[in-house]
Design a protein around this ligand. Structure first.
Ligand code: DAH
Length: 340
């Protein structure tokens, strides 16, 4: 057989064998067989040396053409199957890390406050979100006829007794009396938790939000203890001096009662939707525990006194992170949550 015939047959066999492949197995061997250093094509090219000089250019051209065609056919089939050798697995490569979540902004602030108050000797307590009228109102010196009930209209739940219905707690204050009953005096406790109101929602009102109650009962507790603790709280959370103002405030379960406001940190005091354009945000209602509340808790008001505060945890988180709409907190919107 002449070299010309040999080369043409080689081309046909190679293309035919390649066509017969169903997958990448066998591809590597085939490549060695035809294109390898000692493969059929190499042998064909080598045979060129032995042909007469006049024939060499023509046959050389043919050999190169066959080589190109076979190489191209391999390249095409490799694209189809992959190159035949499975990718080696490097077990030392780092794996795909699982996605880690992070704390919700309100919970992040809550955790920080818990740590701060623990360092001052406070217990961190919990209370039921489904509460009785007795603890939510009565024991806090808010009897059924009291207009203060109307300002905290809520979601009542079927069942319970006619004069002591079940409701979603409107504040964390009921845990004041529960804690006094459970632990007696002296006591230092904070109670972070969810509360509920029958509200028309807007940028600063939600039906569900977070508060943190604080309660200290001991001998000779006065307003100065209250103010010092509130200052420690605010510098602890904002890591800087925050402008505050103290106004008289009325809450049936404290006497005297105060409203502690902070200069709005979202707008810097110039007025925005969060501070209702007043420049100030009510953040910390507080006061000295009313003797009746101590009595409901089984503590003698002649022997003990105390202070309490009801921190708006949602609002505090909004101030801290400059969030201008409370509804975002429960929106579950990842575009919002992933910023923290
Ligand atoms: N529980 C009150 C509310 O949700 C806030 C409050 C006011 C709590 C004064 C207190 C306090 O402990 O002393 O509106």
């Amino acid at each position: 057989m002449s070299l010309k015939e040999e080369l043409e047959q080689l081309r046909q066999r190679a293309l035919h064998e390649l066509k017969g492949l169903k997958d990448s197995s066998g591809l590597a061997e085939l490549e060695v067989k035809y294109l390898g250093r000692k493969g059929e094509l190499a042998r064909g090219l080598k045979a060129l040396q032995d042909v007469v000089a006049e024939e060499r250019p023509r046959l050389g051209e043919l050999a190169n053409q066959v080589k190109r065609e076979v190489e191209e056919a391999f390249a095409t089939i490799k694209q189809k199957f992959g190159n035949g050798t499975p990718a080696p697995i490097d077990v030392t490569l780092p794996g795909i890390p699982p996605l880690r979540g992070h704390l919700h902004p309100v919970l992040a602030v809550q955790r920080e406050l818990e740590e701060l108050f623990r360092s001052m000797g406070f217990m961190v307590l919990d209370g039921p979100e489904l509460e009785s009228e007795f603890y939510n109102f009565e024991a806090l010196n808010i009897p059924a006829w009291h207009p203060a009930r109307d300002t905290q209209d809520t979601f009542y739940v079927k069942g319970g007794e006619p004069k002591n219905r079940w409701l979603l707690r409107t504040h964390t204050s009921p845990v004041q009396v529960r804690a006094l009953q459970d632990y007696g005096a002296p006591i230092r406790a904070i109670v972070p938790g969810r509360v509920f109101r029958y509200e028309a929602t807007d940028a600063s009102h939600e039906t569900t939000f977070w508060q943190m109650e604080g309660l200290v009962v001991d001998k000779d507790i006065s307003v100065s203890h209250l103010i010092a603790t509130m200052k420690a709280l605010l510098t602890g959370i904002f890591k800087r001096e925050v402008e505050v103002r103290l106004r008289p405030g009325y809450f049936p379960f404290v006497e005297p009662g105060f409203e502690l406001d902070i200069k709005c940190l979202v707008c810097g005091g110039t007025g925005c939707s969060v501070c209702k354009h007043s420049g100030w945000v009510e953040l910390l209602p507080c006061g000295l525990v009313h003797p009746k509340v101590l009595e409901y808790g089984g503590v003698n008001p002649k022997e003990y006194s105390g202070f309490a505060f009801g921190l708006g945890l949602s609002r505090l988180a909004m101030m801290r992170y400059k969030i201008d709409d409370i509804r975002l907190l429960l929106s579950g919107d990842l575009r919002f949550l992933e910023q923290f």
